[in-house]
Design a protein around this ligand. Structure first.
Ligand code: SF4
Ligand code: FES
Length: 359
């Protein structure tokens, strides 16, 4: 039997005021009229807690767009869960945050697109920078822990020192610097987003120095630009191992991007319980453990470190979700990634960013 998940990522809605081109949500977003009801979410939270989850991440899209957010927070809190609000900061007034904190929000994760107003608002597609700075101040004044999350790519990587300084100024306890992962909408913009080797060579030591300088004050988590690496990331720390995601329409996903694997039959909370789906569904069991692996992963000593990489990336780049992640230098498909790096980073090929909008 699989061990209990640590947490539930509750994607309350795909609606969002921002238009980020790096968005990893699916190309086809869930419409408002297909979103789970309040009662559905209350049941999902009960089931997640009964399954053993102790953290509930209220995410999206922008969770502040759900009018029932206060009720959902109260319920998650009443179950004894640690409640994390994942937000763009747009729509987070001082009063609203105070109310949510009084109802049980324990932590806020705030996105930041870049260190300057101009850069942030260009990447976000709307004027959001000042709202984010204000939102960070409200969180700090309320005494809640703050994580700043910045998705890195070719358009902002040169400003990494400024982003770190900005997170310090905002009073963050934690900064996530996550190189873009190419799923969903982001895959469309890969040629605009892929960082160059030169950018990474400058950024990596800046991050390492900041990690050392800020140890004990602000934790910096750095997610690698895996296309440029010799080994893949340990995606999700293994499939169906630590977390489950419930999409706005109730689809239950072993990882937030799992809908890209078109061969996977996805279960829904309207038809089945989280307990049943987590333990017994074909989708959650498809890549658990090591038995599903092919060579070279099957006989590789790193399999317990990286779990063969990312299943979604393997499917997107090879058509086989059980293949070795093609970013691995041992993968027979590594040449696919090398070709992408070679062609999509040629300066003459750079297209305009396709902004994310719900049509
Ligand atoms: Fe990881 Fe598989 Fe590559 Fe080994 S062969 S390093 S397990 S992805
Ligand atoms: Fe789905 Fe990596 S994003 S397994």
């Amino acid at each position: 039997m699989a061990e209990a998940p640590f947490g539930l990522l509750a994607e309350l809605t795909h609606r969002c005021p921002l238009q980020c081109g790096y968005c990893s949500n699916p190309v086809e977003l869930v419409r408002r009229n297909a979103e789970l009801s309040t009662d559905d979410w209350l049941r999902v939270f009960d089931q997640a807690r009964a399954l053993g989850a102790l953290q509930i991440h209220l995410s999206g899209g922008e969770p502040l767009l759900r009018p029932d957010l206060p009720e959902l927070v109260v319920h998650a809190n009443s179950l004894g869960c640690y409640v994390n609000l994942v937000t763009s900061g747009v729509g987070l007034s001082r009063d609203r945050l105070r109310d949510l904190a009084s109802r049980g929000v324990d932590h806020v994760q705030l996105s930041l697109q870049d260190a300057t107003r101009e850069g942030n608002d260009r990447i976000a597609g709307i004027k959001a920078f000042d709202r984010k700075v204000e939102a960070a101040a409200f969180v700090r004044d309320e005494g809640l822990p703050l994580t700043v999350n910045t998705v890195l790519h070719r358009q902002n990587l040169d400003n990494i020192a400024g982003i770190i300084a900005m997170a310090e100024e905002m009073g963050a306890e934690r900064l996530e610097l996550a190189n873009t992962q190419y799923y969903g909408w982001a895959l469309r913009n890969r040629a605009v987003l892929l960082p160059t080797r030169e950018q990474l060579a400058v950024a990596d030591p800046i991050v390492s120095a900041a990690q050392a300088r800020l140890r004990g004050r602000m934790e910096i988590v750095y997610v690698i630009a895996d296309y440029h690496e010799a080994h893949p990331k340990p995606c999700m720390y293994g499939w169906g191992a630590r977390q489950l995601t419930v999409a706005p329409n109730g689809d239950v996903l072993p990882c937030p991007a799992a809908t890209v694997i078109s061969s996977l039959k996805i279960e829904n909370v309207r038809d089945s319980s989280l307990h049943e789906i987590w333990h017994n569904s074909p989708s959650f069991n498809a890549f658990r453990g090591f038995d599903w692996m092919q060579d070279p992963c099957r006989s590789c000593p790193r399999k317990e470190i990286d779990f063969g990489g990312c299943r979604c990336q393997a499917f997107q780049l090879t058509g086989d979700a059980a293949a070795t992640d093609p970013v691995c230098s041992l993968s027979p498909a590594r040449s696919t990634v090398d070709l992408i790096l070679e062609t999509e980073m040629a300066p003459s090929e750079v297209p305009a960013m396709a902004m994310r909008k719900m049509s």
